[in-house]
Design a protein around this ligand. Structure first.
Ligand code: E4P
Length: 223
């Protein structure tokens, strides 16, 4: 499974990339709005340079012509750009056109298996089912991931399932168990993947015992 960071914060992206297990980044207009500045293309370009892997850049438009125009502009920024397009009929027209141009796409705001099936038929590179927002609405977000993994395998679609709107580390585990290709997550959750209290306790214990060995060695040298 690939790990993507769901942020537009350059410090978080740099820090996560330095750990060596980051594969890509997803951004959206809300994540951009949280950061300083308004030069979206410059930020995207910098993210691409840091990550060297797929970076989703979301279009903001209602009609397919404008989505295609924005998508082509993003794609010129870097070979790593993936154009993120909302799951609407106009959006699917744009996906069809951009994929015919070999521009990668990520269909966002997917809340059902049928939407995911349509996106795959349109030629999407990634489909982003929003697990957390479905769970928040009292539905089973992970079921959409399970259905899409199953449907894509059955019909040999190459569209990758990108589990999005992840709220906690167990979402990552469940998405991995179901065979999702990617999980995109906030930095806080990415950090939590590395952590376990027993690891910390174990390190403390090993350090304490090793200090005893060092003390003993010093005592033996003095003798
Ligand atoms: C990523 O591609 C999505 O835009 C993001 O995961 C949405 O997450 P949210 O539901 O926490 O806003």
């Amino acid at each position: 499974m690939k790990f993507f960071l769901d942020t537009a914060n350059l410090d978080e992206i740099r820090e996560a990339a330095s750990l060596g297990v980051l594969d890509g980044v997803t951004t959206n207009p809300s994540l951009m709005a949280k950061e300083d500045g308004d030069d979206y293309p410059a930020v995207l370009k910098e993210i691409c340079d840091i990550v060297g892997g797929p970076v989703s850049a979301e279009v903001v438009a209602d009609d397919s012509d404008e989505m295609i125009r924005q998508g082509r502009t993003f794609a010129r920024l870097s070979e790593h750009i993936v154009v993120k397009i909302p799951m609407t009929p106009e959006g699917m027209k744009a996906v069809k056109t951009l994929s015919a141009d070999d521009i990668k796409t990520n269909v966002t705001l997917c809340f059902s298996a049928n939407q995911g099936l349509v996106a795959a038929k349109a030629g999407a590179t990634y489909i982003s089912p929003f697990i957390g927002r479905l769970d928040d609405a009292g539905m089973d977000g992970m079921q959409v991931v399970a259905d899409l993994v199953d449907i894509y395998e059955r019909y040999a679609f190459t569209t990758q399932v990108l589990a999005a709107s992840i709220r906690h580390p167990m979402h990552v585990v469940e998405a991995a168990r179901l065979g999702a290709d990617v999980s995109t997550m906030p930095y806080k959750i990415f950090q939590q993947l590395f952590k376990h209290p027993l690891t910390d306790i174990g390190i403390e214990l090993f350090n304490r015992d090793w200090a005893k060995v060092m003390e003993r060695r010093k005592a033996n040298v003095r003798r």
